[in-house]
Design a protein around this ligand. Structure first.
Ligand code: CUA
Length: 286
């Protein structure tokens, strides 16, 4: 059989192209590490992420000396946490999933880029050197606000980084003549010990307490606001620990006024219909 020389040339060119395509795909997946979201991570229930052990609270966790894990949820049209903060010179493994449709988690200006697929968990390990602020975008079309879906990734100096959580438990009301107790819980999710000061400002007074919180531990501090400080007014309070702050107001409730209220409530129950009409009238006036 005689094959025309042009035919041979085109055959050879086609073969070469096929080899070239296979080579680029191989380089892409092996050389650059571009892969599909792997199935080695256990799947999650997108509708029940709030109860999920790992994604119930999207956050950054310390897992080693300079090693961290970040749990990220992509959803219409935001990322949780919206700002991810990690320290410089760290190795961070991101676990990313979606609560609704397919999104992506792409850190602008880097090669950090993964699809976020409902039910699947994407895993990526990244090393960060110097402090820098990056934007996070979604590059899979996910709905009308896709172009506004953005987050932040902040690589901060080591001294500015902590995983501290402040929670304050204080009453909104106390009975006249009683003290108010304000419970402050300080959680340290870092491995190193945290030494700091809890400051409570209430009315014109300032209370401070030095605390030491072991790594992965929580310390509780209780302040008592004496009845004389509260008097009969609303007392604003603020608890400050490093950059964290929580505030509220304690109101003193007069017992005798309380009794009057109770009596009013009974009256109100008796004439609920009449009250409704009153309420409607009030609305009309506005
Ligand atoms: Cu999320 Cu596009």
């Amino acid at each position: 059989m005689n094959i025309h020389s042009y035919e041979k040339l085109w055959l050879a060119a086609a073969m070469l192209l096929i080899v070239g395509f296979i080579a680029t795909i191989t380089y892409g997946s092996v050389g650059l590490g571009i892969t599909m979201v792997g199935d080695q991570e256990p799947t999650v229930e997108p509708d029940a992420l709030n109860e999920d052990e790992r994604f119930g609270e999207p956050r950054v966790e310390q897992v080693g000396e300079n090693e961290y894990e970040a749990y990220v949820i992509a959803q219409m049209f935001t990322f949780q946490p919206e700002t991810i903060e990690v320290p410089e010179d760290s190795e961070v493994t991101f676990y990313v999933t979606s609560r609704d449709v397919i999104h992506s988690f792409s850190v602008a200006g880097t090669n950090i880029n993964t699809m976020a697929i409902p039910g699947e968990v994407a895993e990526m390990t990244v090393e960060f050197d110097d402090p820098q602020e990056y934007g996070v975008v979604c590059n899979e079309y996910c709905g009308p606000d896709h172009h506004n879906m953005e987050g932040q990734l902040h690589v901060v100096p080591e001294d500015d980084f902590d995983l501290t959580e402040l929670s304050v438990d204080a009453p909104n009301e106390v009975d006249a003549g009683e003290d108010a107790t304000i419970d402050v819980a300080l959680e340290n999710r870092m491995h190193d010990t945290l030494e700091t000061t809890v400051t409570l400002e209430a009315g014109d007074e300032t209370f401070t307490e030095d605390v030491t919180v072991d790594g992965e531990d929580t310390t509780e501090t209780t302040f008592t606001l004496e009845e004389s400080l509260l008097e009969a007014d609303d007392t604003d309070w603020t608890v400050t620990v490093d950059d964290y702050e929580e505030s509220g107001t304690v109101t003193v409730v007069d017992d005798s006024a309380d009794d009057d209220d109770a009596a009013d409530d009974e009256d109100a129950a008796d004439s609920a219909d009449a009250d409704d009409e009153d309420a409607d009238g009030g609305d009309d006036d506005e």
